[in-house]
Design a protein around this ligand. Structure first.
Ligand code: NAD
Length: 359
């Protein structure tokens, strides 16, 4: 029997509630597929600060490094907002990304037919949207040097940030883009600003070079300003978008909001090897609804589906979860965040159970 070890970090706020539903789904899928998922739960973020004074202990970091994948809920909350930045709950996420070397952030945006009205865009524009943004996470404008603000002799100031990428950095993110596209509709769009930024002119050349190893994937290119426009004009044209850190930050937020429902969106962050991966919903710990049992667990359940697909090559099981979610929505189950008159209001656990039943 195949066995995978997974570090389960529920975190704060609604984290434990949504994680409970997601791990039930994971266990059920494992049972069906004859795969053993060995789950080890640990504290992270605010709950870790309360227990041991830091948002991520060395033991928990070690656990994540020894696991095949990490499943995270969310961290943070008003209780810890007065703390110094260096020990805030959110620092745990940055530390995990750095220590696990997670350089590729995958954020899908998919429209469910039954939730089409949740979007601010017209149904005929977004019907059928199913795309994923692959964002480079550890380089580019956010990390390049020189950076900073300096005083000039005339009393004014000068601010600098540097967009920098090396060939190996572009190669590895391009490969992730092509691999993801291979698991989908085999269309990869590389987004750059090669008409103005030399860094992204290199980006384009390297992506084209890597593309020679993926003849089955159709590669195209677009400038970032055009892409931002096309995402709201005709988002159906996209399958997989691969792009620089800052561009990806902006475009992935724009893309996810096409769906209009934050409680539905999963994400994955991948590193250089198979056992370096973290899966989490894109939303936060939602302190305003924590403990009320009304959080939407679907983003976390779909994060499990991503884990099965990208870490464990369990495509069928992953698709089964996505189909189950679709069916549950089709039957009218809605948590409060996506509720519309005429549908069935479900609690967090009722939603989890409904997905489980469909599986
Ligand atoms: P948030 O995503 O937690 O909440 C924004 C709004 O969406 C809230 O009204 C919330 O109730 C709602 N919402 C979010 N997830 C939901 C779900 N699954 N079901 C139903 N409704 C949901 O963002 P915020 O309020 O800006 O931040 C709250 C805390 O979360 C802060 O401490 C912030 O730092 C932290 N945060 C953590 C992460 C993370 O762990 N990855 C990401 C974003 C924010």
């Amino acid at each position: 029997m195949k066995r995978y070890s997974i570090a389960v970090l529920p975190g704060d706020g609604i984290g434990p509630e949504i994680m409970h539903e997601a791990t039930m789904v994971l266990n059920a899928v494992g049972k069906k597929a004859g795969v053993e998922f060995a789950l080890t739960e640990a504290l992270v973020g605010g709950s870790s600060i309360d227990a041991s004074g830091v948002p991520l202990t060395d033991e928990v970091l070690k656990l994540t490094l020894l696991s095949d994948a990490v499943l995270l809920g969310a961290v943070g909350g008003t209780k810890w907002e007065a703390l110094d930045y260096s020990i805030r709950p959110e620092r745990a996420l940055l530390a995990l990304r750095k220590e696990l070397g997670l350089f590729a952030n995958l954020r899908p945006a998919r429209i469910y037919k039954d939730l089409i009205d949740a979007s601010t865009l017209k149904p005929e524009v977004i019907d059928g949207v199913d795309l994923i943004v692959v964002r480079e996470l550890t380089g580019g404008l956010y990390f390049g040097t020189p950076k900073g603000v300096e005083k000039l002799p005339d009393g004014t100031e000068r601010g600098v940030n540097t967009m920098v990428y090396t060939t190996p950095e572009i190669e590895r993110i391009a490969k992730v883009g092509f691999e993801v596209a291979r698991k989908r509709r085999k269309k990869l769009l590389s987004v750059d600003k090669a008409n103005v930024l030399e860094t992204t002119e290199l980006w384009r050349r390297v992506v084209i070079k890597i593309g020679r190893d993926y003849p089955d994937v159709e590669l195209s290119h677009m400038y970032v300003d055009n892409c931002a426009m096309q995402l709201v004009r005709n988002p159906r044209q996209f399958d997989v978008i691969v792009t620089e850190n800052t561009f990806g930050d902006i475009l992935s937020d724009e893309a996810s909001m096409l769906t209009g429902s934050i409680g539905m969106l999963p994400s994955a962050s991948l590193g250089a090897t198979k056992n370096r991966a973290m899966y989490e919903p894109i939303h936060g710990s939602a302190p305003d609804i924590a403990g009320k049992g009304i959080a939407n667990p679907i983003a976390t359940i779909l994060s499990v589906a991503m884990m099965l697909k990208y870490s464990f090559e369990m495509e069928d099981a992953s698709n089964a979860i996505e189909t189950a979610v679709e069916k549950v929505l089709g039957k009218g189950f809605r948590t409060a965040d996506i509720y519309q008159p005429g549908t069935k209001k479900a609690s967090c656990s009722e939603m989890g159970e409904a997905v489980l039943k469909e599986l």
